[in-house]
Design a protein around this ligand. Structure first.
Ligand code: SF4
Ligand code: SF4
Length: 307
């Protein structure tokens, strides 16, 4: 079996996670600590643990047929950011969701800058597959207010090292932290035979609400999942969806552009999910009833030994 570096981290990996936030309550319900906002609905890869590997075909067809990617307008994005500012939001803010944020390359610096302007105390973070990353672009994003980037490498060590080099150019920037994570567990069919690496893990990936056939032998644990209590996920048209697994938009709690973030967050629909999950009753909830997230947390749990 051919092994590749499983994980490459930059030198400061111990620090600069989103700092602890001050809790904010709305109608007696604690506000989320993380929010992800989808500015564009597209990713250029198709990792086999991610529902995008089958959804992408439709979106590529759309593109070929001259139908542009769905995007959130700067106007709507700014409304959302201002709504957060009114709530004194100080948690993590991420201008990406179930997409590749650098597909929105022409706007990403402006998007970060708008968030920084209105949310001075938030920790701004993006995760990217790095395919559109350059040292110049990263510098501009940091200048605009980016605090953290995770570049996920899905190809090979050469690609990972290229990304490490880009991040290391900013290693002395005190307000910024970068990390490169290698994930050779996935197949990238588009990159040809040489990039079809042997799959060796991680063996703990979950099945994304039952949408992908990854580790199907991990049972659905009838226990809580913190996502609906801790994180809000807003898609390009303002709809707040269940979580980052919900690529088919099966569970929509409301629309933050039609009402407000606080109204949607405290809605009956969100509360139903939170309370039912806290009782450990995934079986009663759409998506969650098939989701094996948390079904095992380590390879030892599964009796696997990758030595
Ligand atoms: S895991 Fe990330 S890079 Fe891979 S297909 Fe999904 S969104 Fe794209
Ligand atoms: S249990 Fe439900 S909320 Fe949690 S990740 Fe799975 S589908 Fe999403």
């Amino acid at each position: 079996m051919e092994y590749y570096l499983p994980r490459i981290l930059t030198t400061k990996q111990q620090i600069k996670q989103a700092p602890s936030h001050l809790p904010i309550f709305v109608n007696g319900i604690e506000l989320f600590q993380n929010i992800q906002v989808q500015t564009i609905e597209f990713c250029n890869l198709k990792c086999d643990f991610c529902p995008n590997h089958y959804i992408i075909y439709d979106r590529i067809d759309d593109k070929k047929n001259g139908i542009p990617y769905n995007k959130m307008s700067i106007y709507d994005y700014t409304r959302i950011v201002k709504n957060l500012a009114q709530l004194n939001y100080n948690g993590r803010f991420s201008p990406y969701l179930m997409n590749e944020p650098l597909i929105d390359k022409k706007r990403i610096v402006e998007l970060i800058s708008i968030a920084r302007q209105h949310l001075p105390n938030s920790f701004i973070q993006i995760d990217s597959n790095g395919t559109g990353m350059t040292e110049k672009l990263l510098g501009e994003m940091i200048e605009a207010g980016l605090n953290r980037i995770q570049l996920d490498d899905y190809f090979d060590d050469e690609n990972a090292m290229k990304m490490v080099k880009i991040i290391e150019a900013y290693v002395n920037t005190s307000t910024f932290f970068g990390i490169v994570s290698s994930n050779y567990n996935v197949t990238q069919a588009k990159r040809g035979e040489k990039n079809k690496h042997t799959h060796y893990g991680p063996n703990t990936y979950w099945n994304r609400g039952g949408l992908v056939n990854v580790n199907p032998d991990i049972p659905v644990p009838q226990k809580d999942c913190g996502y609906p209590s801790e994180q809000m996920y807003v898609k390009w048209n303002g709809e707040a969806i269940l979580c980052c697994c919900d690529w088919e938009y099966k569970v929509i709690h409301g629309n933050v552009l039609d009402s407000s973030i606080e109204e949607v967050w405290t809605s009956d629909s969100y509360e139903h999910y939170r309370k039912t999950l806290k009782k450990g009753r995934r079986d009663l909830l759409r998506m969650c009833r098939k989701c094996n997230k948390g079904g095992c947390t380590s390879e030892e749990d599964r009796g696997l030994n990758n030595e």
